[in-house]
Design a protein around this ligand. Structure first.
Ligand code: ADP
Ligand code: MG
Length: 702
């Protein structure tokens, strides 16, 4: 029985992916070899080869039930886009044949005028093209062959999230190889960054969801009083899965396995109705595509079970929000994890160089890291009273911190584990790989053989955080390589570099509780930035030092970065604007009428009691009427204030940054003020009259 199951899983896994096994099976040997060379070494594909690949891909896809193909790309909206074309091609006798050419595989021309470009492209020359990214395999989903592609304008400007990611992977590979070569590595020809992204999400009942305009329009609740029970009992985390959820997860796994996504762990999260799924790590590019597939599949399968999957960072106030843990490491193409301490003095020295390169990069470019995790949803988490904080710091654990301290103090003192530590001469003590007491509050934690970046927004593409990480670490590795390549005594130079990095950047290392107020104070003393909002974080991407960084490594031109800055701010403005309009709509047309109905109910009760002429105590009714009426007036007043702030903001002639600030400091604030009055009313008004389902119903009715 057990055997049967494993057998069928291995049959199912990747069965809808045009992967290496299928390519080897279906492509003529020379074609396969040529394609492999393109995938592994980035050598451009010749048209004849593309023709053969396209034909084999089409035949395979048709066998899998595909009738269409699409160039699947990742515009700046953060989600994916696709335009489906069918394979059919008419013949002269009025029939059709199925066709798919090499040209169609390699290049597509979606009508791109409606994608955000931040002024890079004027609408009349809207055409952009998509180019096949053969490093991420094609797959069949919903009767369509999906071809992962990068998206550019005809003038070559980057319009998507994949292109900078691919460029950053090249850059970090180049710089890491330089460092490795100083350490005598002659076998590795490529270094890839690997990522495993844990995805958090909420599930709510679809019927209940449909009654909440706020979630429907904005992905989060804009109203809602705290239910009597929240997450305080901590009975949901890792709890047993309810049958409905468990059936959902089973189907989710199967669907993901078919698409070659190695969904591995699944469990309940801290908040009620919150869950997590994590795949096994893979190269950053594929991990990014897979995360998009995961988000998409979560939503699709949820609907099949009468559920709706919420990927928003903060669907419910007062309840834990959702994030993504971006586990990141570097690995050579011959399988060496460069953030794994290793066992020999030589490996240890190399490990410490890579470790310290990351530490320096994170300190030098904390602003960029922070910006890479910024979106309007995450503003409710980062910097609010919730995990993780907005201050970027690195958790290393006591042992590694101790080792770095020794390096700073000369490097030859005895370490905690006993013995002498001399870089390149002695070995590190065994570092615990997966200690249970490891810090869960750090935004950027070393977890044995990788870094876990825990600030990433749950709904966002992981491309941004990863091209930032790749680029900043590449920059520092490059600086280190410059020195090591010139050094006469390598070991001595390594020692000097490490010492320098520790001395200059230890301020970013913090092993304590990142949620505490003391840390905020301490971080200020250390001079670490604490950037609280998306608007402020976004400003940093156009700082001169950051423009130079991206330009130097060929990731973006200054012009492209400026356009991204505009796109992010415009997206922020639109998001808050939609939230504000939805708030007004619900307050005016749902809450106000219900509250008025309730007040007349109470008033009628007072009148009818009075009309009996019997002398009874009606102070309760009167008090309720007074309280509700005063809140009602307050609500009305707040609606007017919010309406005015939206009007002022949308009429403002300020530049995008200042306009975004108005939305943050005025519109958003007015929204919250209105909400707090409405939430108070929710706790007084008759349950039967409240116009939409409560937090309790949303969170506990599955
Ligand atoms: P936790 O919930 O304790 O953080 P999980 O086991 O849920 O840990 O997730 C760890 C993630 O890290 C998985 O996606 C795993 O594949 C990934 N991972 C493990 N090793 C590496 C590595 N070398 N590079 C990138 N990701 C890795
Ligand atoms: Mg984690």
């Amino acid at each position: 029985m057990y055997k049967d199951q494993t057998y069928s899983l291995s049959e199912v896994f990747g069965s809808y992916v045009f992967n290496d096994v299928i390519m080897r099976e279906r492509l003529p040997k020379p074609t396969y070899k040529a394609l492999k060379k393109t995938i592994e070494e980035g050598i451009s594909l010749n048209p004849q080869v593309a023709e053969v690949v396209a034909n084999a891909m089409k035949d395979w896809a048709i066998e899998k039930g595909a009738t269409h193909y699409t160039h699947w790309f990742q515009p700046m909206t953060g989600i994916t886009a696709e335009k489906h074309d069918s394979f059919i091609s008419p013949t002269s006798d009025g029939k059709v044949i199925m066709e798919f050419s090499g040209k169609e595989l390699i290049k597509g021309e979606p009508d791109a005028s409606s994608f955000p470009s931040g002024g890079l492209r004027v609408t009349f020359e809207a055409r952009g093209y998509t180019a096949w990214d053969c490093t991420s395999p094609a797959f069949v989903k919903d009767s369509t062959l999906y071809i992962p592609t990068a998206f550019c304008s005809y003038t070559g400007e980057v319009l998507d999230k994949k292109t900078p990611l691919l460029r950053s992977m090249e850059t970090i590979s180049k710089e890491a190889l330089r460092v490795l070569s100083v350490f005598g590595n002659t076998t590795s020809t490529k270094v890839v960054t690997t990522v495993g992204a844990e995805q958090e999400y909420f599930l709510v009942d679809k019927e209940t969801y449909l009654k909440r305009k706020d979630i429907v329009y904005t992905g989060r609740t804009l109203f809602g009083a705290k239910p009597p029970k929240g997450q305080e009992m901590e009975d949901h985390y890792f709890g047993t899965l309810k049958e409905r959820i468990s059936l959902f997860m089973k189907e989710l796994d199967q669907e993901l396995w078919k698409l070659g996504v190695s969904a591995k762990t699944k469990h309940n999260e801290v908040a009620p109705a919150q869950h997590e799924i994590a795949p096994i790590f893979t190269t950053t590019n594929i991990a990014t595509d897979h995360n998009q597939i995961i988000m998409d599949t979560l939503k699709k399968i949820a609907l099949r079970h009468g559920l709706v999957c919420l990927l928003h960072e903060k669907p419910f106030a007062g309840v834990n929000g959702s994030g993504k843990h971006n586990n990141w490491s570097l690995s050579t193409n011959d399988g060496q994890n460069l953030l794994d301490p290793g066992t020999t003095p030589h490996e240890n020295a190399q490990f410490l160089v890579f470790l310290c390169a990351v530490i320096k990069a994170v300190d030098d470019y904390a602003d960029l890291i922070r910006a890479s995790a910024a979106n309007p949803g995450n503003d409710h988490r980062l910097g609010a009273n919730e995990a993780p904080p907005a201050i970027i710091s690195v958790f290393l654990g006591d042992q590694l911190t101790d080792i770095l301290e020794q390096i700073e103090n000369g490097g030859a003192k005895s370490c905690k584990q006993g013995g002498e530590l001399k870089i390149g001469v002695s070995t590190l003590p065994d570092l615990p790989k997966d200690t249970t007491d490891r810090n869960r509050t750090s935004p950027f934690a070393f977890t044995g053989n990788k870094f876990e970046f825990r600030m990433v927004p749950s709904s966002a593409s992981i491309a941004g955080p990863n091209f930032v990480l790749n680029t900043i670490v590449a920059e520092v590795l490059g600086q280190i390589a410059d020195r090591l390549e010139k050094a006469k005594d390598r070991d001595l130079e390594v020692q000097l570099i490490l010492k320098e990095i520790v001395t200059n950047h230890k301020r970013v290392i913090f092993n304590g509780n990142n949620y505490s107020d003391e840390w905020v104070e301490e971080a200020t003393k250390r001079g670490l930035p604490n950037i609280r909002s998306t608007v402020e974080a976004t400003k940093t991407i156009i700082d001169e030092k950051n423009l130079q960084l991206f330009e130097k490594h060929g990731i973006f031109t200054k012009h492209e970065l400026h356009s991204r800055y505009e796109i992010i701010l415009e997206h922020y403005i639109k998001t808050i604007n939609i939230e504000a309009l939805t708030t007004i709509e619900i307050a005016k047309r749902q809450i106000l009428p219900s509250v008025i109905e309730f007040t007349s109910l109470v008033a009628n009760s007072i009148n009818s009691i009075k009309s009996t002429g019997i002398d009874v105590d009606i102070s309760a009714q009167s008090e309720i009427l007074t309280e509700v009426s005063s809140l009602l007036a307050d609500l009305k007043k707040n609606i007017v204030l919010l309406e005015k702030s939206v009007l002022d903001a949308s009429n403002s002639n300020d530049d995008t940054y200042d306009k975004a600030l108005i939305y943050k400091d005025n519109v958003f604030v007015k929204m919250s003020q209105l909400r707090s009055v409405a939430d108070k009313l929710e706790t007084i008004v008759d349950d039967k009259l409240w116009p939409f389902p409560t937090y309790g119903e949303l969170l506990f009715n599955i």
